[in-house]
Ligand binder design. Structure first.
Ligand SMILES: Cc1cc2nc3c(=O)[nH]c(=O)nc-3n(C[C@H](O)[C@H](O)[C@H](O)COP(=O)(O)OP(=O)(O)OC[C@H]3O[C@@H](n4cnc5c(N)ncnc54)[C@H](O)[C@@H]3O)c2cc1C
Length: 392
């Protein structure tokens, strides 16, 4: 049965949601929902409630109930996405919006000695990276957002990681997800390569327990990363870029779903940790030279660069002026401290937003002021190089 208004009154829905996840994890007051309803770069809007399930079964029950009550569902992980899809955008939705935050749903299960990993929705890239390091392996995505607490699943949903030349954007064909049927019911689809019960509650509880027997784990042909990207990125004569947002070639179940499915777990490949890698800085004022270099690197050798980033002069200067605090934190405290510090900053930003007399972005302003008192964080030779490259 589909429970629509007035069959399920708003308050009744909230009562049922509280029964599932507990009262402290149903947030309705604007100051409580604020950290979840404003995007990192853009997008914001009101929600009826933010729900924070603790287990996959709670997540399923919340989603099933909200679908039955004809609510709009936004699933959010770490809310660091830059495309606007992690939060509501405006207040002109035709139905109430319920936002489900998956941050409490952390956990991962290593398969085959860490060759593959099953990640639950709130598992961060950083946690995956530190866990795999013990096995001499690394995750597909070692990207800028790893150190700000971004999740594995948010990356898969957005096909993140465009700087990764060898491995390409985040992608997998193995996922356990919920989708809404034509009759408006939530159904669980198991493409994880793990033998699970047909009953969603039993299946999700079993997966979360992690106590999987060898005979429950299949090794299907499905991809755990996009191994076709290596050939794709070498096609330098193509009239489209190798990587752009919303590229349907990278859509597969959870991959690129951008929140249109409700994903409970993904299974992804890991890789032997890179050893003896070397960073090259290349600067020029001539796009034609960069173009020639790009074609050469992508076509002339068997081996491809691991990753490539592009930064124009203005961004270099902005980073030099306003990024000193972040570079200093990474230099003096290490990348491990960054996710915790970003979480503390998000909490403080939210707390201070209640004081209307303070200017916006107060924490960033203070940090940048402190940063100016620090010595230059960009090495002297790179600053000289920036000026030299302006005449090449
Ligand atoms: C400072 C910074 C640096 C960055 N560096 C890079 C970089 O180097 N390379 C790069 O590619 N990207 C980069 N990014 C962007 C990065 O891709 C995203 O920040 C990250 O992948 C999003 O992860 P998240 O956990 O925050 O997901 P969220 O922002 O919470 O969600 C992202 C999307 O996934 C969906 N989603 C999340 N969980 C689920 C679920 N369980 N089921 C269904 N849908 C779900 C959401 O609905 C949303 O559409 C950067 C971002 C920042 C802020």
């Amino acid at each position: 049965m589909r429970l629509t208004e007035p069959t399920m009154h708003a308050d009744r829905l909230l009562v049922l949601l509280r029964q599932i996840v507990g009262t402290p994890h149903v947030l309705v007051a604007p100051h409580a929902t604020a950290p979840y309803t404003r995007g990192y770069r853009f997008g914001s809007g009101p929600v009826r409630a933010v729900i924070r399930p603790r287990t996959l079964v709670e997540f399923w029950r919340v989603a099933e109930l909200c679908v039955a009550a004809d609510q709009i569902l936004i699933v959010q992980a770490a809310n660091t996405g830059l495309t606007g899809g992690s939060t509501p955008d405006g207040d002109s939705y035709d139905r109430p919006v319920i936002l489900i935050s998956t941050r409490r749903l952390r956990g991962m299960h290593l398969l085959g000695g860490g060759r593959q990993v099953i990640c639950l929705p709130g598992t961060t890239l950083h946690k995956l990276e530190t866990t795999l390091a013990r096995y001499g392996r690394e995750p597909h995505s070692v990207i800028g957002s790893s150190c700000i607490g971004a999740s594995v699943l948010g990356g898969i949903s957005n096909n993140s990681g465009g700087a990764l030349v060898q491995r390409g954007p985040a992608y997998t064909e193995m996922a356990l997800f919920g989708r809404v049927t034509a009759e408006g019911r939530l159904e669980l689809v198991n493409h994880l390569g793990i033998r699970l019960d047909k009953d969603p509650v039993k299946a999700l509880a079993r997966l979360e327990s992690g106590a999987l027997r060898a005979d429950e784990i299949d090794w299907p042909d499905a991809r755990g990363h996009d191994d076709r990207y290596v050939a794709h990125v070498r096609d330098v004569e193509a009239d489209t870029p190798a990587r752009y947002n919303q590229d349907s070639a990278r859509w597969f179940d959870a991959s690129g779903c951008a929140g249109k499915l409700i994903v409970f777990a993904v299974r992804v490949d890991s890789f032997p940790a890179e050893k003896n890698s070397q960073v090259f800085y290349i600067g020029t004022n001539s796009p034609a030279r960069l173009e020639a270099l790009r074609r050469y690197l992508l076509t002339a050798h068997d081996e491809l660069p691991i990753a490539a980033e592009y930064m124009h002069r203005e961004a270099f200067r902005i980073a030099e002026a306003y990024g000193r605090d972040t570079v200093a934190l990474i230099r003096y405290l290490g990348t491990n401290s960054i996710p915790g510090l970003f979480a503390a900053k998000a909490w403080l930003d939210n707390y201070l937003s209640g004081f209307n007399f303070l200017p916006p972005h107060i924490t960033d302003r203070v940090m940048q002021k402190i940063g100016r008192l620090l010595p230059d964080q960009i090495p002297e030779k790179m600053r000289i190089f920036e000026n030299v490259s302006s005449i090449i």
